[in-house]
Design a binder for this molecule. Structure first.
Ligand code: HEM
Ligand code: HEM
Length: 182
């Protein structure tokens, strides 16, 4: 597998970036929803700090992934036979997944900092709270909740389309993201 992307397939770095971001995002969506909807208060005390730190790692991976995409001279487009509207939906979905993750990072930070909590940047530096005001924190909290649910739907659709390409269309879309293919 080559390191760089080519027109025919994703290179090792893009494959690594994708699956790292995918695992982190799915983990964060699951823990976030468990914290907010299911688990008792006692579990929140352990899981929220973990969720916040993994959220910061996912933002670092996201920025690195965006920079890497930008430096690649050629990248795989949609597989042969994809119609123009399908290609637009594909590109829009990829952009939506990246923007959704960024929005969750920003709203998560703002929600914590406006509700009187500090945020440790992986133990290297600690951001002090900006305010302890539930009415100000309510806006980023609402964004975190709605974008979180929208991302659950988007990720399910995105993964289902990937599997459909593999099982029904029997094309290279999925195997390309495993670093294989023509
Ligand atoms: C089990 C879950 C997942 C599967 C099976 C999957 C599968 C795929 C496949 C097959 C592609 C290539 C699509 C193409 O070339 O048209 C792709 C691209 C992409 N996926 Fe996923 N994915 C999953 C989860 C995620 C998650 C959770 C995110 C983000 C938060 C994500 C973000 C992206 C992005 C941004 C691209 C474009 C990659 C690039 O251009 O470098 N995926 N995914
Ligand atoms: C970047 C990826 C992130 C994802 C995918 C994510 C996802 C989620 C989701 C889906 C929820 C449940 C929302 C609800 O129903 O209220 C949640 C809750 C939460 N998230 Fe995140 N999050 C991310 C980053 C962050 C960051 C960076 C922070 C803070 C620094 C944060 C702080 C929180 C807190 C405190 C809750 C609990 C909210 C409550 O009390 O209801 N998140 N997260």
């Amino acid at each position: 597998m080559s390191v760089l992307d080519t027109k025919a397939r994703f290179g090792a770095v893009s494959v690594f970036n994708h699956w790292t971001l995918a695992v982190l995002t799915i983990g964060l969506l699951a823990t976030g929803l468990l914290i907010a909807e299911v688990l008792p208060e006692s579990a929140r005390e352990t899981l929220i700090p973990l969720h916040k730190q993994v959220g910061i790692v996912s933002a670092i991976v996201l920025v690195w992934m965006a920079l890497w995409r930008w430096t690649q001279k050629t990248r795989p487009g949609p597989v042969a036979g994809t119609s123009a509207p399908e290609a637009m939906v594909r590109n829009a979905m990829h952009a939506l997944l990246l923007v959704g993750t960024a929005l969750l990072f920003v709203s998560g930070m703002m929600m914590s900092l406006l509700s009187g909590h500090e945020v440790s940047l992986l133990g290297l530096y600690t951001l002090a709270p900006i305010a302890d005001d539930p009415s100000q924190a309510a806006v980023p909290h609402m964004v975190h909740t709605y974008v979180g649910w929208a991302m659950v739907v988007a990720v399910l659709l995105h993964a289902a389309v990937g599997v459909k390409h593999h099982l029904l269309d029997k094309d290279e879309t999925f195997v390309r993201m495993l670093g294989r293919g023509a």
